[in-house]
Design a protein around this ligand. Structure first.
Ligand SMILES: Nc1ncnc2c1ncn2[C@@H]1O[C@H](COP(=O)(O)OP(=O)(O)O)[C@@H](O)[C@H]1O
Ligand SMILES: [Mg+2]
Length: 1006
């Protein structure tokens, strides 16, 4: 073994093993005292004995080292009780090697060290690398003569079976923290390994067909034809057990690696929690929060997995991005969140695929009925991608998710129903101490419906009651007397049977299905000594209520079944329950680091009646979801936050938090139900009225609310009023960026309203405040484009309407080049759109065609549907009028269709005008007129006036062509002229004027 030789080929596997190191005490003195031949004899007998003991306990002698050796348990063959086997072997070593030889000579004294942990095994099996062997060697060196020192991990795994004494915390070479030393003093008495309460895993009964399906799927996966499979059935029916059987087989014949990703009831709103928890367990909790992709890669490399930074980066960024500081304001128009989400899912899938490069992988997603939406997407992606890889994906679920898609998510569905009578009898025989009473199997089958967890619990219940009787009537009586009608009752009864330790189980159940000893002791602090808790946990493990698992953070306790945890929780007195939640909330709000997920923290605070804290945690969790574009989870959390806020007493200050919640709600609602939806608008209106009523403070802090309020205004008229409020309120804002953004709102709205002079002055004032550095982030937030690009584009349009053509040309050039400089797609598309509109308004078909082609390419490459729709409408219009009419019309309609689908008609007046022009060209004059009428009506109604004079002018001409009398035509044209003139839109006024002249000249045709 070699702990730090970097040259070793690490492409082997990783798994948990227990290392056992042993060495003869004082061998040099022995050599000095005895004849060299005798000595070598002693040593070789010793080696033979040691080898035999190790093999008897299913261990593997890796190497003899002088007068000692190192061996492993759990490798090459995997055993669930490998640590226990190792300690047994250690005890046997000390005992048997210490026996006097040839009746007289004293035996040898040994020092033994045992440690459990993850190791990497080189491809050829010769090198085993990890802390377990290093620690075992150090423990061996520390051990007293004829004693066995074990690591904390080994102690935790085996303390139900052996007696231990705590020696001390020792500083050991190579370990930065002091390491606890435990000495084994013997086997634990009174613990029959096969006693029913200890609950060893009973052999699997029945399920041969289902196991066959799993085995075949695994076989196929091993040959590179990956597969995904879901096991569906009620809680306790045996889903996890079935998977465990396959996992055990894979371990036994070493045909691949298995990983379990667990979904949690209280974390269904935490994006990707099963994978993140898994990585934490694998690499330690700091691995992901370091925010450093190369550190993450290094940690993976240390356990033999090499992934690229491209894979690591999004994952680390995802895990780390937690707070508002990291993200700034959010807006739904920011498509980058959605892209980020997709990137993260892709990276997560790639990471898991990398595992499959070296060994076939069994990837288990446990309890996907609690999966969050990103995890569901990840599973879909894995199911797709595993088809040509050595990977089997198995999900377990209490129900088949609704919807058609879900039926197709997995290639195979395995439905579990109750065990058959035969299998049930076998299960009971294997569990029951002594001969099974006649009729019991049938009785239990009837009661339990074949659900194995129910059957197990019922059998244990009856067996614990010595006086249970022998007939179904007796058993029924007993159940009735004890008030047991359901599995839940049975589980609670079992908790009662463990006596005083029950309370510890109940209190622990408040934390969740899994918990660490140190967190529990912190919670129990006031009422219990650490030693007691420790002993009680051991007892609960012995009774099969809890089980342990090791992780990079140490030992974790876990309720053996989630139903057990639920039963323990349900059986807690309400006052106790609330008190525990209050203690947990106290730890959380007291600023202690608990590493607890915010969604869970929110739940604890809510249960503790600390509603303001609960709302604050839910809000934080929601924000974290939003950054990850997990909008429906965010929505649920924000609803929770609002519910909690509603329960906050009047005296408490909650307005700030309420505004935070509404601010996030606006973004989520816009993403889920559309920016223009009533719901979104109401949220902003409510938020702003709360804020403006409250008054005080720098309004710039709440700019996001203002922006949302402005953005969701129902029409241009309302938007203009809101823009004015923004300018007024933000005039006092300290942050220049906020003032710039309020000008941004104002110029956009005022251009629409044909207030060209005002638009230009807003652009001029706003751009003075422009800061390229700040723009970097804000362009993804406010409108999805750069403010400078927008200002210059709007300027180009206003100048064009005002007939300053050279000025307009300069502005559009500056706009395009500013956009190129940003290298930001949203800004580039925005600039191109201004150039297109400018070309359209000036009737330059060729330019429009050229520009829209570029726009289309860019939009397609970046999946920007709204821009694609615009490119097609304007491009189609230009093509129809200057090139191929048919092709142009087709393109225009494609664009229109897409726009209707995504619902972004922000330029309705020009759009209907183009449509009418095309209809007119097609000879459909009535329809053309109709489109214009609609255009006029919509523009007037909404307050979009910049193109209205043009609509009036064209309507007048169409009506004239239809035979309207010249006086009416003149009136319409005059109206167009007056309006344009008043707007300062001289370009449009000129057109109306020229038409009027033509009319005077007696010719209306053109
Ligand atoms: N076929 C079986 N043979 C023996 N024991 C079983 C079988 N199926 C389930 N069990 C036992 O029943 C209990 C519940 O099973 P589990 O797999 O945890 O249920 P699920 O995952 O469906 O909720 C466990 O103790 C398990 O060992
Ligand atoms: Mg399960």
């Amino acid at each position: 073994m070699n702990g730090d030789d970097p040259r070793i080929e690490l492409s082997g596997e990783r798994r948990q093993v227990t290392a056992l190191f042993y060495d003869i005490v004082g061998s040099t003195e022995m050599l000095e005292r005895s004849d060299p031949e005798d000595f070598s004899n002693i040593v070789s007998v010793f080696h033979r004995t040691a080898m035999a003991i190790i093999q008897e306990n299913n261990g593997y002698l890796h190497q003899e080292l002088g007068d000692g050796g190192c061996s492993y348990f759990g490798y090459p063959m995997q055993f669930e009780d490998a640590a226990e086997k190792a300690v047994r072997a250690a005890l046997a070593l000390v005992e048997r090697c210490g026996r006097p030889r040839k009746g007289r000579e004293p035996g040898v004294k040994l020092r033994v060290g045992v440690a459990t942990g993850m190791v990497v095994i080189s491809a050829d099996g010769r090198e085993i690398i990890g802390t377990a062997p290093v620690l075992a060697a150090r423990l061996q060196a520390e051990a007293h003569p004829n004693s066995i020192f074990v690591s904390d991990s080994t102690y935790q795994l085996t303390r139900g079976s052996f007696e231990y004494g705590f020696i001390k915390h020792a500083r050991l070479k190579g370990f930065s923290e002091p390491v606890p030393l435990w000495q084994v003093s013997g086997t634990r008495s009174g613990q029959d390994r096969f006693s029913i309460s200890r609950r060893p895993e009973a052999p699997l009964q029945g399920r041969s067909a289902e196991l066959g399906v799993l085995r075949r799927a695994w076989g196929k996966a091993c040959s590179g034809r990956g597969h995904s499979l879901v096991i569906v059935g009620d809680g306790g029916i045996g889903k996890s057990r079935l998977v465990a059987e396959l996992r055990r087989e894979i371990g036994m014949n070493n045909s691949g690696e298995e990983r379990v990703l667990q979904c949690h009831l209280r974390l269904t709103n935490r994006p990707l929690h099963p994978l993140l928890n898994y990585l934490e367990t694998l690499l330690g909790s700091e691995a992901l929060i370091e925010r450093d992709a190369s550190a993450f890669c290094d940690r993976l490399a240390a356990i033999g997995i090499s992934v690229s930074k491209e894979i690591a980066r999004p994952l680390v960024a995802f895990a780390a991005a937690k707070t508002r500081q990291a993200t700034g304001y959010l807006q739904s128009s920011d498509k980058s969140a959605r892209r980020f989400r997709e990137q993260v899912i892709a990276a997560a899938a790639e990471l898991l695929f990398v595992f499959a490069d070296s060994k076939p992988q069994l990837l288990v997603f446990e309890d996907v009925h609690w999966a969050d939406s990103m995890t569901s997407e990840l599973i879909d992606r894995l199911s797709e991608g595993c088809r040509n890889r050595a990977m089997l994906i198995v999900a377990t679920s209490r129900r088949l998710a609704a919807g058609n898609d879900d039926r197709e998510r997995f290639s195979t569905t395995v439905r579990l129903s109750g065990l058959t009578a035969g299998a049930m009898t076998d299960l009971l025989v294997s569990l029951w101490k002594g001969p099974l009473p006649a009729g019991l199997a049938q009785f239990i089958l009837d009661k339990s419906d074949g659900v194995p967890l129910f059957a197990e619990e019922l059998a244990m219940f009856l067996q614990r009651r010595a006086a249970a009787g022998t007939t179904a009537a007796d058993w029924n009586n007993l159940l009735n007397k004890s008030g047991i009608t359901s599995l839940n009752d049975l589980l609670s009864a079992r908790l009662s049977d463990v006596g005083n330790t029950r309370r510890t189980a109940q209190l622990a159940s408040v934390i969740g299905r899994e918990f660490g000893m140190s967190f529990l002791t912190r919670l129990l602090g006031p009422e219990k000594a650490v030693d007691n808790t420790d002993a009680e946990l051991t007892e609960l493990v012995a009774h099969g209520i809890l089980e342990t698992k090791t992780s990079a953070q140490g030992t974790i306790y876990r309720f053996r079944h989630s139903l057990l945890q639920e039963a323990a929780y349900a059986s807690l007195l309400r006052t106790d329950c609330r008190q525990m939640h209050t203690r947990i909330a106290g730890l959380l709000t007291g600023g202690e680091s608990t590493g607890m997920a915010h969604e869970l923290a929110a739940w604890h605070c809510a249960q503790a009646g600390m509603h303001l804290d609960a709302a604050a945690y839910a809000t934080k969790a929601a924000e974290a979801c939003m950054i990850r574009s997990a909008m429906s989870e965010a929505d649920t959390l924000l609803t929770m936050a609002e519910e909690q806020l509603a329960r906050v007493s009047k005296r408490q200050k909650k307005t700030e938090l309420q505004l935070d919640v509404l601010e996030l709600r606006g973004v989520v609602s816009a993403a889920l139900s559309g920016e223009g939806s009533q719901q979104t608008r109401r949220i902003y209106e409510r938020a702003l009225s709360i804020y403006r009523k409250q008054g005080g403070g720098d309004p710039g802090r709440r700019f996001a609310l203002y922006w949302g309020w402005w953005f969701t205004a129902p029409n241009v008229t309302a938007q203009r009023a809101r823009a004015q409020t923004l300018l007024n309120d933000m005039g006092e804002a300290q942050d220049p960026e906020v003032r710039l953004q309020s000008f941004h709102c104002a110029w956009a709205t005022n251009f629409n309203a044909a207030q060209h002079e005002f638009c230009l002055s807003c652009v001029a004032k706003g751009l003075e405040l422009y800061d390229a550095g700040r723009a970097l982030r804000n362009r993804t937030i406010y409108g999805g484009h750069d403010a400078k690009v927008c200002g210059l584009g709007e300027k180009a349009l206003s100048l064009s309407f005002m007939e300053d053509l050279p000025g307009s040309e300069r502005a559009i050039k500056a706009c395009l080049s500013a956009a190129e400089e940003t290298d930001h797609v949203g800004s580039l598309l925005h600039a191109l759109y201004y150039a297109v509109v400018q070309g359209r308004c000036q009737g330059r078909h060729d330019d429009v065609l050229r520009l829209t082609n570029r726009m289309k390419d860019l939009a397609d490459r970046h999946s920007m549907a709204a821009s694609r729709a615009k490119a097609d409408m304007f491009g189609g219009w230009a093509e129809a009028l200057s090139g191929s009419f048919e092709a142009g019309i087709r393109r225009f309609h494609e664009g229109l269709g897409l726009q209707e689908k995504i619902g972004t008609d922000d330029n309705i007046s020009i759009q209907l005008d183009m449509q009418s022009e095309l209809l007119e060209r097609a000879g459909l004059r009535a329809e053309a007129l109709n489109a214009l009428e609609r255009g006029v009506a919509e523009s007037v109604k909404g307050g979009q006036f910049f193109w209205l004079p043009e609509l009036y002018r064209r309507r007048a001409k169409l009506r004239a062509a239809d035979g309207a009398n010249p006086a009416a035509t003149r009136r319409d044209l005059k109206r167009a002229y007056d309006m344009a003139f008043k707007q300062g839109a001289f370009a449009l006024a000129k057109r109306a004027q020229s038409d009027l002249r033509d009319l005077e000249a007696g010719s209306t045709a053109r």
